[in-house]
Structures are given as structure tokens and as C-alpha cells.
Design a binder for this molecule. Structure first.
Ligand code: ADP
Ligand code: MG
Length: 254
């Protein structure tokens, strides 16, 4: 998938770097001194109990949430506070959420072309050509004229992935992309994500799908209570977790 290969022109350093990032919600210290670097082409799966701060971490990387202190760099550039520089840098970070977040009143094709046209100034014809390649890639090109509600959840989520890819992001964030899906649709979305990973996309994936973590992750980051408690290669993490929190977490999985 040539369209999604974004390795050209990048700096040699990490694609994402979080340096002593802290965030509070009132008295809740939801991100505590987070240090995280994600290398180009690396796939990091973030695991942890509900409420441990995984979504907040993802949202901070996209500045959908402010942080109290620390720095976040995207491909070497400090994440700006606001304004046009922020919009520009946000385009470098593709995000796929649990809920599909497609524009309900726009066609599937328009959902994918809108960002490239509006944010990147791409011509309509070029944006449509790119969108059709990506929709073909995720297996929903034949749905292009439909509205999101006419598609299954799995199809909608694959459109959401295509839409994010259309911006040629430097990193893709997935926050529990399959947890709102019916079981029979989970695999088709995971398969799309595995392919992306194999093609060298830099990815941060919050998921409870341990099969994906084992298959596609280069590294597992385990969070609890707003902290990164441990990180390891998946085979090490699953067979030999170090912390009691991780042992407890893995013990509760079926
Ligand atoms: P996870 O994704 O790991 O389940 P979250 O990042 O969603 O965790 O939430 C971490 C903690 O922050 C939870 O205790 C949650 O209730 C709290 N939280 C999340 N969003 C907000 C918010 N907007 N205001 C206040 N507390 C929040
Ligand atoms: Mg969450």
C-alpha cells in the first residue's frame, strides 16, 4: 500500500516522543511522568485496566486533551498549543476511535476525500483517486456512494482507517478500535491493522485483543493508574510479566 508509506522525508529520531508528560483531572493524576518514544515503523500496543489513562494518553498525543506539563514531539516537532501549526501537526497523527466517528450525512467517498481537500488542499479528482485506492485497500470500495449508517460496524471502522490514512499520517493511533464491534466483525478490522503494521506504519494501538498484540506488536506498554508500569516485547510480557499489576491484569484475561 504505497499510499500509506510515510517513511520518506522523516527525521531519524522517534516519530512520537513524550517527555515527562503529566495531566490531572482535578485531583486525579491521570498521566504521571509519562516517557514514551515510538520509533518509525514501530507498533506499540498499550494495555492496561480500564481507567488507567490509555485513552487520555492517545488524546494527548493529538492534543485533543491539554497536558499540564511535559513535552510531546511528533517527528521531532514540538506539538504546538493551538492554531494552524496544530492543525498541520494533527494531520500527521491519524486517529481511529472505538466509535466510528464518520460524518453521518456524507458518503463513504466524501468521508475519505474531505480531509485531503480541506486540510491538504488536494484537488477533488486527486483526492477521489487516493480515496478509491484506500477504500479498495480496506475492502469497501464498492460501498463508496453509501452513507455510513448503511454499512456494518466493521465496514465503517475500515472506512475510518482509510479516512485517517488519506491524510498520510506519520503515526496512527487506535483507541480500542474493535471494542464496539460485533464479534464477527472484529477480525476484518484487525486484519486491516495487521496489514498496515506489516507495511511499516508507525502505530500506537490500545486494544484488548491479545492476539493482535502477539502478532503485530513490537512492544507492549502496560499502564496502570496513570503510569507506564512496564514495557517489553509481547512474548516476554505475556509469558513473564514483572509487576504485580501486570500479573493481576493478565490473570483476569480469559
Ligand atoms: P482508559 O482509557 O485506560 O480506560 P481513560 O484515559 O479514559 O482510561 O481515563 C483515565 C481516568 O481519567 C479515569 O479514571 C477516567 O474516569 C478519568 N477521566 C477521563 N476523562 C475525564 C474527563 N474528561 N474528566 C474527568 N476525568 C476523566
Ligand atoms: Mg479508554
Amino acid at each position: 500500500m504505497k499510499e500509506t508509506q510515510t517513511n520518506e522525508g522523516g527525521s531519524a529520531g522517534p516519530v512520537v516522543r513524550m517527555n515527562k508528560v503529566n495531566k490531572h483531572y482535578g485531583s486525579l493524576h491521570v498521566l504521571q511522568d509519562i516517557e514514551l518514544e515510538v520509533a518509525r515503523g514501530e507498533v506499540v500496543v498499550v494495555l492496561g485496566p480500564s481507567g488507567s489513562g490509555k485513552s487520555t494518553l492517545c488524546r494527548a498525543i493529538n492534543r485533543l486533551e491539554t497536558i499540564d506539563d511535559g513535552d510531546i514531539y511528533i517527528d521531532g516537532a514540538l506539538l504546538p498549543e493551538e492554531g494552524k501549526p496544530l492543525a498541520q501537526l494533527r494531520a500527521d497523527v491519524g486517529m481511529v476511535f472505538q466509535s466510528f466517528n464518520l460524518f453521518a450525512h456524507k458518503s463513504i467517498l466524501e468521508n475519505v476525500t474531505l480531509g485531503p481537500i480541506k486540510v491538504k488542499g488536494m484537488k477533488k479528482a486527486a483526492a477521489e483517486e487516493l480515496a478509491m485506492k484506500l477504500l479498495t485497500r480496506v475492502g469497501v470500495a464498492n460501498q463508496k456512494d453509501k452513507l455510513p449508517a448503511q454499512l456494518s460496524g466493521g465496514q465503517q471502522q475500515r472506512v475510518a482507517i482509510a479516512r485517517a490514512l488519506a491524510m498520510k499520517p506519520k503515526v496512527m493511533l487506535f483507541d480500542e478500535p474493535t471494542s464496539a464491534l460485533d464479534p464477527e466483525m472484529i477480525q476484518e478490522v484487525l486484519d486491516t491493522m495487521v496489514e498496515l503494521a506489516q507495511e511499516g506504519m508507525t502505530m500506537i494501538v490500545v486494544t484488548h485483543e491479545m492476539g493482535f498484540a502477539r502478532k503485530a506488536a513490537h512492544r507492549v506498554v502496560f499502564m496502570a493508574d496513570g503510569q507506564i508500569v512496564e514495557q517489553a516485547k509481547p512474548e516476554e510480557f505475556f509469558t513473564n510479566p514483572q509487576s504485580d499489576r501486570a500479573k493481576d491484569f493478565l490473570g483476569k484475561l480469559i
